[in-house]
Write a protein that binds this ligand. Structure first.
Ligand code: NAP
Length: 184
């Protein structure tokens, strides 16, 4: 089961033009995202997200304590990561996958059942383009940016008829944010 998770403004932006994305959503949404992480086998991000945000990608409780189960953290891309990148420090294991192939990232997840792609825009686009995504969890904040990075970069479609349409499975309110869970 491959889930894409993203936190976006209502106009579909996951970062401002200067690359800042913390925080688009509020505390409850972030707590929920951490609780969801604690159920996963693996998380995938691109090197761009590591460079921009230096995320730990661990599953943490609101007090900062790690959940007992941590997903494997997989970083996809060619570039070297700074040795002090937070994603490389524990708890849990980090794996670097050279190249741009989403299938290689999944292979690195081994026998993982639940894998979550957490960005950024390029890697989400690559997974969607490869047809590997089963589910999308979109945390949508009542925020308007009007500029910045779109939730995904794919070759894109020229006409509405070619858009990927998902089935809405659930809508949950988390404080001022909304979590949309959608499946293929
Ligand atoms: N709001 C959210 O939910 C959220 C979540 C995550 C990130 N973000 C934001 O997203 C921004 C980063 O986006 P991004 O698109 O640069 O990051 P990204 O998707 O994490 O990383 C892109 C980089 O990964 C490598 N890569 C891996 N697979 C690739 C492929 N199939 N095609 C092309 N390149 C591939 C390339 O770098 P190499 O040169 O290393 O090969 C590429 O430049 C940041 O501003 C961050 O804050 C927001």
């Amino acid at each position: 089961m491959v889930t894409v998770k993203l936190a976006a403004t209502v106009d579909g932006r996951i970062a401002a033009p200067d690359g800042t994305s913390r925080w688009i959503t509020g505390e409850l949404a972030r707590e929920r995202a951490h609780a969801e992480r604690a159920q996963l086998d693996a998380i995938v991000v691109g090197t761009g997200t590591v460079a921009a945000d230096d995320p730990a990608l661990t599953a943490r409780r609101p007090d900062g304590a790690p959940y007992p189960h941590q997903p494997v953290r997989i970083v996809l891309g060619e570039r070297e990561l700074p040795p002090d990148a937070r994603v490389l420090t524990g708890p849990g294991e980090a794996r670097l996958v050279r190249g741009h192939d989403p299938r290689a990232a999944l292979a690195a997840a081994g026998d993982a059942v639940n894998v979550q792609v957490e960005g950024g825009s390029t890697v989400i686009g690559a997974f969607l383009d490869t047809g590997l995504v089963d589910r999308v969890q979109a945390y949508i904040a009542p925020v308007l940016l009007g500029a910045g990075l779109s939730a995904l970069t794919v070759p894109g479609v020229g006409t509405l008829a070619d858009a990927l349409r998902l089935r809405l499975e659930s809508v949950e309110r988390l404080g001022d944010d909304v979590l949309l869970t959608m499946v293929r």
